[in-house]
Design a protein around this ligand. Sequence first.
Ligand code: IVH
Length: 691
Amino acid sequence: MTIAVEALDEAQAARELAELAATLARLGRAYHADDSPLASDAEYDALFARNLAIERRFPALVREDSPSARVGAALEGGFAKHRHLVPMLSLDNVFDRADFESFIARARRFLGWRDQPGPRIVAEPKIDGLSISLTYQNGRLVSGATRGDGATGELVTENLRSVMGLPQRLRGPAPGLVEVRGEVFLAKADFLALNRRQEEAGERRFANPRNAAAGSLRQLDPAITASRPLSLFAYAQGRSSEPLAETHAGYLDRLRDWGFAVNPLSAVLEDADDAERFQDRLAVERSGLAYDIDGVVYKIDDLALQERLGFIGRAPRWAVAWKFPAEQAVTRLEAIDIQVGRTGALTPVARLEPVNVGGVLVTRATLHNEDEIARKDVRPGDRVSLQRAGDVIPQILGRIDEPGAERGPAFVFPDRCPACGSKAVRPAGEVVVRCTGGLTCPAQTVERLIHLVSRNAFDIDGLGEKSIIEFHEAGLIRTPADIFRLRPEHLEGREGWKPVSIDKLMRAIEARRIIPLARFLFGLGIRRIGETNARLLARHYGSYENWRAQMQAATVVGSDERLALGSILGVGTAIADELATFFSEPHNRDAVDDLCAVLDKIEDEQAPESAALAGRTIVFTGTLETMTRPEAKAMAERMGAKVTDSVSRKTDLVVLGAEAGSKARKAAELGIATLDEAGWREMAGLPGTTG
Ligand code: IVH
């Protein structure tokens, strides 16, 4: 029989900790080394949690071989990956009432609403922490993961067990499977206390509560996480094996019943007037709250409407974050430094007398570009006002006039790259001055390499900014492919590199010789090819070989391939030009080919698994009665289809609304399959309509 942890005496506790250490080690070995688990994950987790609970009550009894000091994944140095069943997305931001109203208007337009009022909305404080996804099976917490890149996060289940407001078991009836999402955060006071402790221990201080929460959650040792008082507010759903509620407010009630902490300030609102009042009230109450918030999230309450509205890019159409205005401060501009970015852009950066802005110590701020410096008329030595908003790099707002004070000379923007000495030019009509050194410029090379190994690109663990700079200086890594040519003997004897860390790095690199096409494309760091565009390209071209061949052909202005590139949904001519420019440079082509040659495999982009219409081209024509055109289009795209405007031999399906005209005739002529609106609804898995 197990005794409640509270009831254990010291001798019993010591005995049990010894037993638990032996048992968990045995189970761990079976699981990790022999790949033949002796217990279910849930059983293992329960024993682990008990061990942790006893240790927390009797800290003096923590054993050297304590299981909490050796989590399975920790042995490998890193966390296991966890694929979210439903992707974790982000939110679009608005900053004022007009933007907020356009968010509502957009949703209404999408739904085809004219006269009816609404929709009703739920407001919740936007917690400035990190989002996590929790999976419960039959009411038991089986896994918890960070957001990661939205599709895949890191498994931090054990670390989450000590988070307040997060039930290990759901209270009352629970579905077979449910993913619950929420924000893990550290209260302001706990953040300050933690930083004091860090300082005393000679450890690094955290910049803000969010970083501290993230750092605490990503501890390889759950005991460290447990020593940091993290909390959770639950606020969103992922996959669920059964419907949970009809409204978001109803879902929040469900979460409360299950035992989750739900933010008590959440409220149901009717319209923009309500929202503005809520926003103003929270802006005032904000400083008195125990935790950091950076705005309010507004979500359309009706879950059926949320479903219809769906997503665009990485954000839902049914929710928006109305951010608070940025926090401001005044300080002295000490100097203007020039930074060279990955794409060669020369960016002026203000070096500042350190100043506290809304709880964060700011020493640098961006000045954007040459024109901005002139427009704001700021010079080294001036007093300046600045602001920071959330994640955004602090920016200089302007100069504070000091009557009578003598000012320094105006800043002269360099015409040479400070990193390589190449000529820096500003193309006509552009605001940005660029270094012409290309990959011969060390700043660009280093920035590109840092980007290549970053989390959403190649994601090479243990190869961060510092090591890239070190290896670049040592001449070990000059091109992307060099990363994969790194050998243990290159690192042996280098300061700070021990056999264990070398081995770990080598494994991390090896693991990335197989890479999904979208990550590969994003990793190249081509201007304007961010994650979204990389994914679009990957999806469109399907394979690396196809993409590579098409890019080569697209360097020719006016070629079919160039036109096709520009007409990929969302890419456009500016991006097509950027890619073409990149590929017209021999050294860029060489770098890409060279990288490809050292990889084992660039994985083809798969259409989403569930995509019923994957790869099909579909045309909507005529008037749809039950949904708007954008809604139908978004639905088809979610199912993997490409939606075009005109019917041709390449069209696979035409959906005929009321009064479909010439396109219906053309479809019939070409013998293309057609569906009426009811048929389309059925295909999309929507309920039929009556009348
Ligand atoms: S809902 C699909 N609700 O804000 C929508 N997010 O900027 C999922 N956040 O990644 C998010 N408080 O980390 C939602 N009450 C709240 C939130 C919230 C904070 C964070 C979350 C998300 C980010 C988006």
